[in-house]
Write a protein that binds this ligand. Structure first.
Ligand code: NCD
Length: 306
């Protein structure tokens, strides 16, 4: 017997082994070419009902999960809290029971509370995919980041990756911090002390951007996530840009040809210079979005195989 993906849900990178991660990346690979065709329709999820249950705003993640499901033939239904009974005080678990009673084949969940998808997974009868929980994890984002790096740089093993900006509140950083070391990359965290995490997961921390990105193969920028902060951080956005904003000029410090990544949404002129974000060879930001569809197709397929 070959390898069989051993998990029912995808709640975090934490649960995955190196083998599980490489399997998902390899499963995603053919979908990249498939998605570049003019007409794309595969029927493997035909008859499967996919619920996208988003308690928080999203552009890339929600839309790419929808597109991913549809390209594989699933029936996709999106649940948004605006206009739902969540606004009448219905709890997360009651909402989960209600949706589960409609017998979906898979649920994709985003919630502002850390651990919410895990709670839902306990009570529903179908696989659950975490599409971002509070300041916890965002596993499909880390997988699409890894796929982007692997395709652009040919490997992940041995890469030096600097994750910069608001790491403390970022579930993208949370998942990347777990994934990258499992594949043999070295992770550095760069940001002001107040925005560095309590648990750096063995990554080296730097408070100076130039020092932190020196010699790095990948520089991953993050937005300041004010909505997830309990206390407000002092200082203006202009000050932040002066200290921690990545520009083409500052990128010279990194390894030659270093790749710039950002999960979006980005704030141009704050954590990243607009011209660098649009740079035709250095920026992989739009490619990350493209890889996101392929990764989500793979995850939806793998978790719902009978
Ligand atoms: C991120 C998220 O929601 O965690 N966006 C994304 O899914 N690509 C990052 C963020 O909110 O800044």
């Amino acid at each position: 017997m070959g390898y069989v993906f051993p998990h029912r849900h995808l709640l975090g990178i934490e649960q995955l082994s190196r083998e599980d991660i490489l399997f998902l990346l390899d499963e995603a690979e053919p979908w990249v070419e498939f998605n570049r065709r003019a007409r794309k329709q595969d029927e493997r999820l035909r008859g499967l009902t996919q619920f996208n249950v988003f308690f928080e705003n999203s552009t890339r993640t929600l839309f790419s999960f929808e597109v991913a499901g549809k390209r594989l033939g699933a029936e996709v239904a999106n649940f948004h809290t605006v206009g739902s009974s969540v606004q009448k005080g219905e709890t997360l678990i009651d909402t989960a029971y209600t949706l589960d009673a409609m017998r979906p084949g898979v649920m994709v969940i985003r919630h502002s509370e850390t651990g919410a998808p895990h709670q839902v997974a306990e009570v529903v009868g179908c696989p659950v995919i975490n599409a971002g929980d509070g300041t916890g994890e965002h596993p499909t984002q880390a997988l699409l980041d890894a796929l982007t790096m692997r395709r652009r740089l040919g490997r992940i093993e041995g890469l030096k990756v600097a994750i910069c900006g608001d790491i403390r509140h970022s579930r993208v950083a949370g998942s990347n911090l777990k994934l990258l070391p499992k594949l043999g990359a070295e992770v550095r965290l760069v940001g002001p002390a107040a925005l560095l995490p309590d648990d750096p997961c063995e990554a080296a921390a730097y408070e100076e951007l130039d020092e932190g990105i020196a010699g790095c193969d990948v520089v991953m920028m993050l937005r300041i996530q004010r909505e997830r902060m309990e206390e407000s951080v002092s200082g203006s956005l202009a000050d932040f840009h002066a200290l921690y904003g990545l520009t083409l000029e500052r990128l010279d410090r990194a390894a030659p040809g270093a790749l710039v990544m950002h999960p979006g949404p980005m704030n141009r002129g704050v954590e990243i210079e607009g011209a660098l974000a649009d740079h035709p060879t250095r920026s992989a930001i739009r490619e990350q979005v493209e890889m996101g569809v392929a990764v989500r197709m793979a995850v939806l397929d793998v978790l719902t195989r009978e």
